[in-house]
Design a protein around this ligand. Structure first.
Ligand SMILES: [Cu+2]
Length: 380
């Protein structure tokens, strides 16, 4: 095993520990509460790291995604109901180019209304996936929907809607996810999230690892019920009427199983070479502290090259990667790891304001931010 190495993500838990904000966003961070699994926890490093499928446009150039129920085997020996884009969790990865607009036709075959928001996308309001612009599945009458007391401003579309993304913005690692008013947290928890990668000529010109050396890592924690389903403390498990969570979970839900690309504590065999890691923290509330174990003897483990607004002006060496779930670029990181040996997560817990995660609604991350033009970027 001289030439190979393994990339693994550990996940021990120290419940209830408050963690200071890393940087940037205002607002207190508080701990969520841990929800424990009723299933025996899966063995660590027993399953290979999956790579999410690639989204592909149809003959008419439109990306067609159907939101539907699926029952994959996430924990070996059990079936878990997920609500996924194309029935997958995470959803298919978009790999698209700056300046080439894409259309994404979402058809909702789930039992609940949905909205899809491209996080970090510079998108016209019409296609932004506002929490109040819902795609309503067949058979669900508009009148039956609970609107949580908000009576105006709703826009309901039957069954299918085509989002148009101009992509007039620099290369960046973005993600798309459900955004339904009051139900974003539980609907993302059930699987409605995926990566959206924008590339451009500036990035093309950089000597970055590509192809197999570019690894998407969608990290999230989940808890499992005895029947294999995701455990979540919704007041109304149908997610049709009453919003909110029970008891101790108002500040966020922490699961006790760490999933990467939808697999529990997976392992990936990697070359002793640099990799580009596209990291998304898709957790409800958990923060991560990622490090190489053992740390490399010669300098920092990682080089940060970008965030969800694009590439940085210059690479930034990092010994560890801390990812939270709040606004700014806390969920997403684009980095290049050196001689990857293993990634250990000294897990800590913590939460952002909880509004986006638990209640949906007027989350602060959703506001549009103009991408920063990071200036000269050809230094590495
Ligand atoms: Cu978002």
């Amino acid at each position: 095993m001289n030439r190979r190495a393994f990339l693994r993500l550990l996940g021990a838990t120290t419940a209830g520990a408050a963690v200071a904000p890393v940087a940037g966003c205002a607002g207190p961070e508080r701990s969520g509460a841990v929800l424990t699994s009723e299933l025996p926890l899966p063995e660590r490093f027993a399953v290979p790291l999956p790579r999410p499928a690639l989204a592909r446009p149809g003959p008419d150039g439109v990306y067609d995604l159907v939101q539907r129920v699926a029952r994959p085997e996430i924990v070996p020996g059990a079936r878990t109901e997920v609500w996924g884009y194309d029935g997958t969790f995470p959803g298919p990865t978009f790999d698209v180019r700056r300046g080439r607009p894409v259309r994404v036709r979402i058809t909702n075959e789930l039992p609940v209304p949905t909205a899809t928001h491209l996080h970090g996308g510079v998108t016209p309001a019409e296609f932004d996936g506002y929490p109040t612009h819902l795609i309503v599945p067949e058979g669900l009458s508009h009148a039956r929907l609970s609107h949580g007391g908000h009576e105006t401003g709703w826009r309901l579309t039957d069954r299918t809607f085509t989002y148009e993304y101009p992509l007039d913005q620099p290369a960046a690692t973005l993600w798309y996810h459900d955004h339904r008013m009051d139900f974003t947290g539980p609907q993302v928890y059930r699987g409605l999230a995926g990566l959206f990668l924008i590339r451009d000529e500036i990035e093309d010109a950089l000597p970055l690892p590509r192809g197999d050396r570019e690894l998407p890592l969608v990290i999230c924690d989940r808890a499992f019920a005895a029947d294999g389903s995701f455990r979540y403390p919704s007041v109304d498990p149908t997610l049709l009427h009453e919003r909110g969570v029970t008891g101790a979970y108002h500040q966020g839900v922490l699961g006790d199983v760490i999933l990467v690309n939808g697999a529990p504590w997976p392992t990936a065999e990697v070359a002793r070479a640099r990799y580009r890691l596209r990291i998304l923290n898709a957790s409800n509330a958990r923060r991560y502290d990622l490090r190489l174990d053992p740390p490399p003897p010669t300098g920092p483990a990682f080089t940060q090259i970008g965030s969800d607004v694009g590439l940085l002006a210059a690479p930034r060496p990092l010994d560890r990667v801390q990812r939270g779930t709040g606004g700014c670029d806390r969920r997403l990181l684009d980095l290049s790891g050196r001689d990857a040996r293993g990634v250990a997560q000294r897990a800590r817990t913590g939460v952002h304001s909880g509004r986006h995660a638990v209640r949906g609604g007027a989350d602060r991350h959703r506001r549009q931010r103009r991408p920063v033009d990071a200036g000269p970027r050809s230094r590495y």
